[in-house]
Design a protein around this ligand. Sequence first.
Ligand code: ADP
Ligand code: MG
Length: 623
Amino acid sequence: MGKIAINIATGSIQKEEIIVGIDLGTTNSLIAIVRGDTHEPIALKEIDGLTLVPSIVHFDEYGNTTVGNPAKELLIAQPERTIYSVKRLMGKSYKDVSTDAGFFAYHIIDDNTDALVKIQVGQKFYSPIELSSYILKELKKRAEHILKTTISKAVITVPAYFNDAQRQATRDAGRLAGLDVLRIINEPTAASLAYGLGAKKGEEKTIAVYDLGGGTFDISVLTINDGIFEVLSTNGDTYLGGDDMDNLVARYWQEDPGEGNSDLGFGSSIDKTLMQQLRVTAEKAKIHLSNNDVFESEINGTPVRITRQEFNDLIQPLVDRTITACANALRDAGIKKEQIDAVVMVGGSTRVPLVKESVSKFFGRDLYDKLNPDEVVALGAAVQADILAGNNTEMLLLDVTPLSLGIETMGGLMDVLMPRNSKIPNKAGRQYTTQKDGQGSMRISVFQGERDLVADNRKLAEFELTGIPGMPAGLPKVEVSFLIDADGILKVSATELRSGVAQSIDVKPQYGLTDEEVEKMLLDSLTHAKDDIKIRALVEATTEAQQMLDTTENFLSKYRDQLTQEEVETTHTRMQILREAMTAKDKDRIQHETEILNDVSRPYAERVMEGALKDAMKGKKIM
Ligand code: ADP
Ligand code: MG
């Protein structure tokens, strides 16, 4: 069987251009590139020496923004003006987040529970997309300052479980920040890439990615086969992370600052500021204990102390919960521990020795933990960016379709078989049938794009399925199937299932779109969404009306002698009126007139069919 070969990769990009990789995290965000000289991915460091930018945006009373560490310092003093964890709100409605509303110290608008959430700061309202764009703008600014060149293209990572709305929101945030988002990739995929896992041609691996960040825990099981990543399962806890460890230590000190100090306790009713001081010091203690056995400091003159063993005892239940999630993820993926080829450690909290030990023990193997766990996702995004820039031809990576793929159906409508952002490789199929009695062929036209009318999309290929044996309309079953292989090549075939007649076609590859074209097509689909819905409704009504007219015409020519003169006349009048409505392109009138024509013809059609049935029965001998 032949095939249509279409390279759906998003087109070529100039070599000289730097494409950055961005980890837009719940707690921290950062930007990375692959160095042109050494081909190593590196996280970009500003003069402050830090690579991580806390994902926090502060608004002053004039609406000016500060992002990162300066904003983090205002978290306690101005909670209603300092926005954190905005990633949790991406692509969500108030209904989606209402159960977690207590988590946010800032104001989330709840007037329209189905619409996407808005955050109120002073008199102004901000969407999570806008808020994220401030973080991205800050990252872009940093990169431009460090690299001394403008940055306009990026690869951004998202959790593997992000749905289409959340991915789209992330993409939009990038666009708002002035970034062309070439690809949204999964965080666990990026982490694996940073370690160079499985991106070589022909390599096959099963990987577990354990990601314990500031406020979230994700475990993902992936396979990589010939450069194609597939997420087999995800599990975790959206409210479990390093912050919880800090809280445990803070509460521990609240009751007892340390051995022998219990009479100096902070008491149960401490104010917000003191609690926050406790938390800040607790985080310091946790980080210190990752490399030392004891932590000692003081808070407001009260000495505080904690040992690694005490800390381990506190967090043991948290760690146990992550291990249970790992077991569940393996079960869902249908994978045994022994089948895992690599366990990749991601997120700042995996620096905690007890975490490493527990994960290593559970999987029974060494961990991939040489890279900075809080940088590894951004590093992987940079590797992906480098591949897209055409600098790395060794690795092959095509994980999603940039635009929807479908075929033309009656009335020039786009029928999507494989939606945008479908995983590659992929298979999709749908059955169609004929419109006319005895129809011997069917034209299959393949399109790419988001608009409802194929005329507004991009035609990729066309072929004719011929040799369909004569059958009444609606009887043939034509299965059209799309198959995208690991190389991103689309093969289209059509088979009439009753007769087995099959057809396919070869089209030369290199049908790539530039990113600008993809963006334009997506934007068009947004701006024209309303028109498209209207046009689609009109086309559908017209198609239905035409079928009604054809059927009626057919019936009249066969059974006219069995109808009264009046029935024939009324039918002709109604058919004429319906045709006029179709010429006027008035959807409501067309639908209304189609119904009337149906009502007019139904009584005599039933009568005639009943008569025909009786005649048939009469002729039969019933034993
Ligand atoms: P996210 O992915 O949620 O944005 P990160 O991966 O940056 O978060 O992880 C942030 C968390 O990592 C914070 O809770 C921070 O305290 C913790 N962390 C950072 N360094 C260490 C360390 N050395 N030991 C223990 N925890 C650490
Ligand atoms: Mg993270």
